[in-house]
Design a binder for this molecule. Sequence first.
Ligand SMILES: [Zn+2]
Length: 433
Amino acid sequence: MTLKDKTTVTFYNGLTTIGGPMIEVAYNDSHILFDLGEVYRPELKLSMEDEDFETLIKYQLIGEVPNFYDPKITGKEIDKDRWKHAAAYISHLHLDHSKALNLLAPEIPLYTGKITAQLLPALNEDGDFLLPAAGHDKGYTREIIAAEYKKPIQVGDITMEVWPSDHDAYGATGLIVKTPDKTIAYTGDIRLHGYHPDWVHDFLKAAKHCDMFIIEGTGVSWPEEKHDDNSEEFTGPKNEVELTEQIVKLEKENPKRQITFNTYPTNVERLLRIISDSPRKVVLHAKRAHLLKDSLDQNYPYYYLPEEKRFNDLNPELEVSYQKLLDDDHEYLWQAVKNYDDLKEGGLYIHSNAEPLGDFDPAYKPFVEKFAQKKIEFEALRCSGHADEEELKEIISEVEPAILIPVHTLHPELEENPYGERILPKRGQTIVL
Ligand SMILES: [Zn+2]
């Protein structure tokens, strides 16, 4: 057997950073790549315009992956004699897993779960979500194929199966890759305390005893915070269901008070749960209502701020006037996105993993203080998208992999494999299975 006939796995990026994993599985003349994100490094203060290919490579924001990127971007041709079959996959729509997808050569098919495929073009409508594709206008999103869950996708000698999973990105999935002699599973971002732990368990069951299990490890990135009882991890909701319950409780406890909220755009499922469970009528900012209409064809009540651009796909009958919301103290729970000075004194604002996300963002503290000045109660209701240390152990125990590869974490060495080997690859390293 020559080396060519063995399964190889190469780790191009996202090993000791939170986000940006780029991993290639190859067998013979077939190969696949997952994911296509960009590592988030706000301290570099790069604008989208600054992020040309050289800059992305220089700061290790993406991997230096040969034979996948668009030659118009890299200046290097793809070796099509060597590679007869190629495909790519992204696990979910967070930017650290998706932002670079337009850099993929146009002829290489890109697969993802259905919801991710529907949401990404809508999120990138203004060209401010994904990196641009060569030779296209801003706002262009390359073709993304919505994979049928669990159905094998043939890429030469390799098959891929996309499994529904759970994370704080709507439609998140995991991947099972089979070559003629090996099975590799990749978690993408994962947790057991979301809406669908049952889906996660099914995925892990399908991955059981795989030859290589590539797992994210965000939850073990800050070991120094682990036993700090004052940290926010210990006070907030324990899971997504509890989070929605707490919002409902706040509404019930405050029958005559202005209540506003905000969430992160890609956490669509949390928003849908809030809408369905809220005793008050939920009104979204028009931009968010448009995102749900455009991607999922769902209609929800919405409002415009003064002088805002109108969306012609929104049903005019569902519009609520901004003034009506400002005057309200009992009928609506509405999404506040700016103009906080307009809000009622004595009101309540629920910040549920919306932007600014937290203390690490310099914009967070002044944002919180603004509400205090206005005498508006600021309630941060968070729930993590990532498995914590205990959940990670449980996930690994359900799979019992021959080889464990922790990625997407500041401390890969803190994830252990009691069932076999653990390898901590270096950036760019190839492992032959
Ligand atoms: Zn994510």
